[in-house]
Design a protein around this ligand. Structure first.
Ligand code: ZN
Length: 454
């Protein structure tokens, strides 16, 4: 059962209008990403008796389990306002008090709304004992750059017409501050490893520690109804094994193992940390199997290529998901990107040095740019080449040439404007929403910087 029906119908009509008005020059990637927004239309899905998943309320799924004398919330969404909205929908189903909140991991998009579920009560708040372990090193190092890159990745500062969605979640609404910090509400019950059985409002709930997207991740298993809440170790997209906002190495082998462990539960219903639930045992088994296999394939191929002496730049051409996996909707690169995973695996195991001694002490950007300009016949000729490259459709090369031009003269507006155009062209062709948002945000920043110099 899905509701409210009226709202859903209106949105369906809106989506149809959108697809008919799509412009002719829209790339297949843009079209596909726009279609993806249907996955996050605001909705409360009945998963099975007593289990509901609210989708489209920013940014994670917000889930409710109904027990005898209370409810349990699995992940609280990103903002108190979005959580209040989801709770209002749940309150149409039951007035029972919130007895427990479970955080599948510490990311702000799953915890930031928790305060809205307290309702003056004192619920059990469950998480892993190492809750917040990913963000702790950033805080300790005083890294503010991650916030800026996070906003770029999320497209938080883009105008509404430039934000399609985030690949696994709706676009950030205007004026919402994006944070990836822990929510203000902290866990008051924790467990470290393995499986922890709790009983809340008469519901038997297993919390199972499985490292994956983060090292403080858990999944939630309801043995009686065979519902599995995967947190972010499964959502319908190739996983974000490396987030371009900047993350420590995410152990992709553990991530695959987490899917294997979840698979063995034999779930009938799978509720992801983002995107709509998968209903039916066969579909759940297929999804978790493919996800595990895809991650393992990319890991194994990357290691194989590394052992042949390939550099990251070579590896990204070598490691390709087999078509049988790549064509699955839940493995498309809506959010994460296979190339970024390959680079992350290399970095995670061998660090920054690609093995080529020319790169032990590379030329600084300006010194290299001076030599490139000389090759081209001077800076003006280099700019002309960059313009030409973009005209010919080689936006990547145009952007790289612009980097040299910017290094030569950081105050000149032309290279910045040209690079902005090149990044915009790259964004149009990229399915991965995080990369696309990043391109478009930096393009916007470059245009603003160029204008400031006029
Ligand atoms: Zn998430």
């Amino acid at each position: 059962m899905k509701f409210p029906f009226k709202k859903q119908l209106t949105l369906t009509v809106a989506c149809l209008v959108l697809s008919f008005s799509a412009t002719a020059q829209e790339s297949p990637a843009t079209k596909l990403l726009k279609e993806r927004s249907a996955e996050f239309r605001k909705d409360v899905v009945k998963v099975t008796d007593g289990v509901y998943s609210a989708i489209g309320y920013r940014a994670s799924t917000i889930n409710m389990i109904e027990g005898t004398d209370g409810i349990i919330i699995v992940d609280a969404g990103q903002t108190p306002a979005a959580a209040r909205e989801a709770l209002a929908e749940f309150r149409k189903l039951t007035a029972k008090p919130v007895k427990a909140i479970i955080f599948t991991h510490s990311h702000g998009d799953h915890t930031g709304g928790a305060i809205s579920f307290l309702e003056g009560g004192n619920p059990e708040i469950w998480a892993r004992a190492n809750f917040g372990s990913e963000s702790n090193p950033f805080a300790a190092a005083g890294l503010t750059i991650q916030r800026q890159r996070g906003a770029r990745q999320a497209g938080a500062n883009l105008p509404a017409d430039k934000k399609i969605n985030n690949g696994v979640a709706p676009a950030v609404p205007d004026n919402e501050r994006v944070t990836f910090e822990d929510g203000a509400v902290k866990p008051n019950r924790t467990f470290a490893e393995g499986r922890k059985r709790i009983v809340v409002a008469g519901v038997e709930i297993d919390l199972v520690a499985v490292n994956g997207e983060t090292e403080d991740a858990l999944y939630v298993w309801l043995p009686a109804t065979k519902v599995l809440f995967s947190g972010d170790n499964f959502y319908k997209s190739w996983p974000n094994a490396y987030a371009i906002r900047g993350t420590p190495y995410r152990d992709i082998r553990s991530w695959a193992d987490a899917n294997d462990t979840m698979l063995k539960e034999g779930a009938t219903f799978l509720v992801p940390g983002h995107t709509r639930p998968i209903l039916g045992q066969a579909a759940v088994t297929a999804a978790l199997t493919d996800y595990r296999d895809a991650i393992r394939f990319v890991f194994d191929q990357t290691i194989k290529g590394m052992n042949q002496g390939m550099t990251p730049d070579e590896l990204v051409g070598y490691v390709k998901l087999p078509a049988r996996l790549a064509e699955k909707d839940y493995l498309r690169e809506y959010y994460g990107n296979v190339e970024w995973a390959v680079r992350a695996i290399f970095q995670g195991y061998l660090g920054w040095f690609d093995g080529n001694p020319s790169n032990l002490f590379p030329l600084p950007p300006k010194a290299e740019a001076e030599r490139m300009a000389k090759l081209a016949g001077g800076p003006a000729a280099l700019l002309a080449l960059a313009r030409d490259a973009l005209k010919q459709g080689d936006a990547q090369w145009a952007a790289q040439l612009c980097d040299h031009l910017v290094a030569l003269d950081p105050s000149a507006p032309e290279p910045k404007l040209l690079k902005a155009d090149a990044l915009t062209a790259l964004a149009e062709k990229l399915l991965t929403a995080t990369g696309r948002n990043y391109y478009l945000t930096v393009a916007q920043e470059l245009r603003a910087a160029a204008k400031a110099r006029e």
